[in-house]
Design a protein around this ligand. Structure first.
Ligand code: HEC
Length: 441
């Protein structure tokens, strides 16, 4: 049934052979900050916290590893990092941290947060040498305090209508909260950020748009409470008219380029879908979202395209089920960012743009998929993709018992669906077509 929801959306917009391009789901969040790696090479035997380690952890780790942020402990002082020197060296070496899952590709990213090989070596030598402190006068100043909103004050802050009470135990739940933005004029939204009311239970958030009034009725229906209604997570229980915002834990937000934004019209409701994990005790959440409006001239409306393969069919026991999907762009487009999306059987995903002359550009290449890090990879330069360009997506799944995240034991046949025990093969892309409405309306 979840699958039908997606297919409905697909046919409403555009279907290209077996592949589909769906408009409406947004994730403008991006991970990490744009930071230059510290390329300073250590002198032999002289790796210290003050001179070598502090510059790296303050820039590349402390955005999450400090009080009030998503990581479970802080890495924002000598004592905190020293305590975990070996573990830090280990996760740096395996590239488990910082969470930046794509290999370097043919296109540079605006939001890359990745360690250089030299930095990894520094962590390892520092741990081996017993984590010396060095002369703290030479250390950079500690990272600044967490700001309430990392992109500055939003133009509009909206919140769930009431504090929402989530039960203690059971499976994940998807609640949809209907919010009236109360705007009088159409606006373009250039960026969105979310402040979960309760980080223990908020797994991710998608802001859908509804101009039909149906979500408002559902929020007053039999399954509704506290201004929200329950769905299986497939969608919001009705065809959304669009979307412009997604947020996942640990994913820092970013703005679309100057002049590019998502259209929001007066009367349209924002339906905030919150995916909750249970924590073992009753929890209260009242999540907020902040919208940043585009100022100045609108150059291109942004839309979200889903490049999906809803026909995936993964046999039980198959530890290397590979699927390829090709989407041919029916019009000229500009691509701003991509977000690979799979569930817990996902192993690897790669997307490549193949131009008419045969030139290829790898857009994203995640060799070691991690369901917990649904990252948006934002391109430094928006990419022009002429009509006829093919986007080739390859995805691999592990549906064997060797996959520790396999939700089924023994493994079962798994097909497309919205529950985390179903699977997806999806590349979510933010695009604009400079008014070429045959592609994206
Ligand atoms: C985008 C947020 C983010 C950034 C940036 C980040 N971390 Fe983490 N880190 C986390 C979260 C969240 C966890 C908890 C485990 C998980 O969800 O993967 C974690 C876990 C860890 C762990 C424990 C791993 C384990 O297996 O228990 C270590 C060690 C660590 N991080 C070190 C680092 C270092 C070193 C950096 C910088 C080079 C860094 N992290 C950057 C969010 C982040």
């Amino acid at each position: 049934m979840d699958m039908r929801g997606v297919m409905r959306l697909d046919f409403r917009t555009l279907a290209v052979s077996a592949a589909v391009v769906v408009v409406g789901i947004s994730a403008v969040g991006v991970a990490g900050a744009t930071q230059k790696a510290s390329q300073k090479q250590p002198k032999p035997g002289k790796v210290t916290f003050a001179e070598h380690i502090a510059p790296i952890v303050y820039k590349k780790c402390a955005s999450c590893h400090r009080p009030g942020e998503v990581a479970p402990f802080s890495l924002d002082s000598y004592d905190e990092v020293k305590k975990r020197a070996d573990m830090v060296a280990l996760v740096a070496g395996s590239r488990q941290m910082p969470p930046w899952k794509t290999k370097p590709t043919d296109v540079p990213y605006a939001n890359e947060n990745r360690l250089t090989d030299a930095e990894i070596q520094m962590f390892q030598r520092w741990a081996e040498d017993g984590a010396p402190k060095g002369d703290m006068k030479k250390a950079p100043s500690p990272p600044p305090a967490v700001k309430d909103w990392s992109m500055g004050k939003p133009d509009l802050v909206l919140q769930m209508p009431k504090p929402f009470k989530l039960g203690a135990t059971g499976t994940d739940e998807y609640w949809n909260f209907v919010i009236d933005p109360g705007i009088k004029e159409p606006v373009y939204v250039q960026g969105i950020d979310a402040k979960p009311g309760n980080k223990r239970v908020v797994h991710h958030i998608i802001a859908y748009l509804d101009d039909s009034g149906r979500s408002t009725k559902m929020a007053q229906g039999p399954k509704a409470r506290d201004g929200g209604y329950l769905t299986t997570g497939g969608g919001i229980g009705t065809n959304p008219s669009g979307s412009f915002g997604g947020w996942a834990p640990g994913v820092a937000p970013s703005m679309l380029p100057a002049g590019v934004g998502y259209l929001l019209k007066p009367g349209t409701k924002i339906v905030l879908q919150v995916h909750y994990n249970k924590s073992g005790k009753e929890e209260i959440d009242q999540t907020k979202i902040g919208l940043y409006f585009l100022k100045g001239q609108v150059k291109a409306p942004a839309k979200i395209a889903w490049l999906a393969n809803p026909l995936i069919n993964i046999a039980p026991g198959d530890n290397h089920a590979t699927f390829t999907q090709t989407v041919t762009l029916p019009a000229d487009a500009v691509l701003y960012n991509v977000m690979p999306h799979m569930h817990k059987l996902g192993k690897a995903m790669k997307a490549t743009a193949v131009f008419a002359d045969g030139t290829k550009k790898v857009l994203v290449d995640v060799p070691d998929w991690d369901f917990n890090w649904q990252l948006v990879y934002a391109f430094k330069q928006p990419m022009s993709l002429p009509k006829g360009t093919k986007i080739v997506i390859e995805a691999t799944y592990d549906n064997s018992t060797a996959n520790p995240f396999n939700p089924n034991n023994p493994p079962k046949r798994v097909t497309w669906g919205e529950r985390t025990s179903d699977e997806m093969m999806l590349l979510v892309a933010t695009v604009s077509t400079k008014g070429k409405s045959e592609y994206i309306d």
